[in-house]
Design a protein around this ligand. Sequence first.
Ligand code: FES
Length: 106
Amino acid sequence: MPKITFTDSSGHATAVDATVGDSVMETAVRNGVPEIVAECGGSLSCATCHVIVDATDFAGLPEMSEMEDEMLYGTSEDRVETSRLCCQIKVTEDMDLHVTTPETQV
Ligand code: FES
């Protein structure tokens, strides 16, 4: 089963089982993961689902769209090299993804 581990800004990690086809944002919201606001519900218009992907996992993700790349300049906490908007990351069969959530999303 796919697994996503969310580490919050204070270093507390929460590992949750995920469903193939859901987004990482949907997985976070369903499991009450703090620090994921997801105001727009996944329509790529809010940038409040910012996560920093573990560097080793980042390379294995599909490339982000131009729109996601642009939206990442509007995050509350500055983007870093491995930043993504997690509503744009689809859960896949053998996913074992590690992400850190920023302290603020708005
Ligand atoms: Fe709004 Fe991801 S939930 S951009």
